[in-house]
Design a protein around this ligand. Structure first.
Ligand code: DGY
Length: 348
């Protein structure tokens, strides 16, 4: 699909993206926009090399693609200077290689913060109240009347939410769980989440002034403290060498038997084989997963676990956010092509 065929700058998007604002932004600024319509979910490096061809000024790519040495050198040879991932995470991008070839790299933070946090909150609720299990039970025609034991789950109010990685998304999630369900907070992060702490303190005072039990917060000295103490734990770290298999067999073992673990960050943060084993022997332990170690696959056995809620990497999938991500990615590429610093510069 080609827009503004006579545009001076050739910009490729490896996927069709929601909305048209991003296309207009580029075409209004003399870009020819080519959208790959290949009927294939994940493009290989060779597929993308063919797209780049001999002349390409900038590319908007996806988190499913491997943006390393090969693609950045090809982009350079084609005269390109700009690349943006349509994602906040960029573990699929070798930023050093891009920098080496003079390619500016951007990502799409901010516009997906609340949407992603809402999905993590949805997974927390779905897991704690066993919503998917109950839905399947209904559809299977198994409901034959109200019972005191039917799909009993956990009450969140007064319990402790644990956040690992209290950056933008982790903090937004924490606020939702605290304000929405009056949960106490324990978090672990290398940096102090000052605004989040202030929010919990103020909200606690508000509750107290209204005769309710105040909420509390604690910054944990170690990640293990969060795993031991929290009832619902949500993972929000960046995926890199230090966070690969952050949640492993040993760390699962110290969590509460009835804890809920949510992951809407990146799959490899959890050792999924260890998780499947843990779910099998701890039926009251529940997980809500948006991401998987070997996407698009799940490790064997995960799909059979009733105590797992699984969704296909849709945390940022609200219309507003996806259009925002596309627009921000286009701005990143456009800015660099026009000689400005890339909007969300990653080549520090
Ligand atoms: C991201 O942006 O990194 C998400 O995983 C997809 O929105």
């Amino acid at each position: 699909e080609v827009w503004n065929p006579n545009g001076k700058y050739r910009v490729i998007s490896t996927k069709s993206m929601p909305g048209t604002r991003w296309i207009k932004l580029l075409t209004d600024q003399d870009c020819r926009v080519e959208i790959c319509t290949e009927n294939k979910t994940i493009l290989s490096v060779d597929d993308i090399l063919a797209l780049i061809g001999d002349k390409c000024d900038g590319v908007i790519g996806q988190l499913t693609e491997d943006w390393g040495e090969v693609l950045f050198s090809a982009l350079r040879r084609a005269g390109g200077t700009a690349f943006s991932n349509m994602a906040v995470g960029y573990n699929n991008v070798d930023v050093n290689a891009a920098t080496k070839y003079g390619i500016g790299v951007g990502n799409t933070p901010g516009v997906l913060t609340e949407t992603t946090a809402e999905l993590a909150a949805s997974l927390s609720l779905a897991a704690s109240r066993r919503i998917v299990e109950a839905d399947q039970f209904m559809r299977a025609g198994l409901y034959d009347g109200w019972l005191p034991h039917l799909f009993v789950g956990n009450l969140l109010k007064g319990q402790t939410v644990g956040v690992i990685g209290a950056g933008r998304i982790g903090s937004a999630y924490a606020r939702m769980m605290i304000e929405g369900f009056k949960m106490n907070l324990i978090y672990y992060d290398l940096y102090q989440a000052t605004r989040l702490e202030k929010f919990v303190t103020a909200y606690g005072q508000f509750l107290k002034a209204n005769g309710e039990q105040p909420v509390t917060w604690k910054r944990a000295a170690t990640m293990e403290d969060v795993l031991r103490e929290a009832d619902v734990i949500s993972l929000h770290p960046v995926l890199d060498k230090t966070t690969y298999h952050l949640i492993n067999k040993e760390r699962l073992a110290i969590m509460k038997k009835e804890a809920i673990l949510v992951n809407a960050s990146r799959g490899p943060v959890i050792d999924e084989v260890a998780l499947v084993e843990h779910l099998k022997v701890n039926p009251m332990f529940r997980v809500g997963l948006d991401v998987f170690e070997d996407e698009p696959y799940m490790k064997p056995g995960l799909a059979d676990q009733k105590n797992a809620v699984v969704v296909p990497h849709i945390a940022s999938a609200s219309k507003w956010t996806r259009e925002g991500m596309a627009t921000l990615a286009a701005l990143n590429v456009l800015g660099k092509i026009k000689g400005y610093p890339i909007w969300t510069d990653l080549n520090r």
